[in-house]
Design a protein around this ligand. Structure first.
Ligand code: SAM
Length: 242
């Protein structure tokens, strides 16, 4: 089982930190995008967390189920209106099986990168394929690796410097490894938190989908179907189970 990096301390401030980072209309656009793809058989969210996407999607009439490793994150979701009605299986989304077949599975907010090896990321696609009905869609939202910003020979890049948060990404290019280090000040108290990731290229994801019996359908530069270009910093990609 992978290590849980979303314990009580992270879960306690997760929603506030995301609210500072993302404007609410981005979450609305994600929910709209996913609602359009969700068929009658419902949707499975991998890494459902505190229900940021799942709760408003369920409110739109989509039957949402979830998988998550962190009981602390899921407890936050269950404390919100509508959150306790969403079935969640605790476990690793690269391996955990959930009852039923779904018309949509989705993995947003860079969470594919929480799987820190290529084998685990491939296993995740294969696990999704097992849960999708034929014609079902898999949606991933993830950043484009920022290697163009890393000067040759350097391994650390600051991604945020504010009076209350210093964020540094530390790259291990040979293994596509990335550790994000966060130094935060909240209520006058400093906390340090580091999370390991594996960054992954769009074309590599397409190959993982193919290995799992899925076909590439769409790639956008954002949830509002912005074109995906050489300047895009993130993408929303859709594959279909053959
Ligand atoms: C960045 S949060 C995203 C939560 C939610 N999807 C959102 O968009 O706000 C990542 C979530 O994925 C979960 N997670 C990370 N790795 C996981 C794994 N291997 N299996 C299951 N859940 C995992 C974490 O516990 C956390 O709740």
């Amino acid at each position: 089982m992978p290590e849980d990096h979303f314990g009580e301390d992270v879960a306690a401030t997760y929603d506030d930190e995301v609210a500072e980072m993302l404007d609410a209309s981005t979450t609305d656009a994600a929910v709209e995008f996913l609602a359009e793809l969700a068929g009658e058989d419902g949707a499975l969210e991998l890494g459902i967390g505190t229900g940021r996407i799942a709760i408003p999607l369920a409110r739109r009439g989509v039957a949402v189920s979830g998988i998550d490793l962190s009981s602390a994150m899921v407890a936050r979701m269950r404390g919100k209106p509508g959150g306790s009605e969403i079935p969640v299986t605790l476990g690793d989304f690269a391996a955990t099986r959930v009852e039923g077949r779904f018309s949509l599975a989705y993995l947003v907010f860079n969470t594919i990168m929480n799987l820190t090896t290529q084998d685990e990321q491939v296993a995740c696609f294969q696990n999704v394929a097992r849960h999708l009905e034929p014609g079902g869609r898999f949606v991933i939202e993830v950043g484009v690796p920022e290697l163009q910003r890393l000067p040759p020979g350097e391994t650390v890049r600051a991604f945020e410097i504010t009076p209350t948060h210093l964020g540094f990404d530390e790259f291990e290019v040979a293994t596509q490894g990335l550790v994000s280090h966060h130094y935060s000040i909240r209520d006058g108290k400093a906390t340090v938190h580091s999370i390991p990731f594996r960054y992954v290229w769009p074309a590599e994801l397409d190959l993982m989908a193919r290995l799992a019996g899925m076909t590439f359908r769409e790639r956008w530069g954002g949830w509002r179907r912005e074109p995906f270009t050489a300047e895009s910093s993130m993408h929303v990609s859709v594959w279909e189970k053959s």
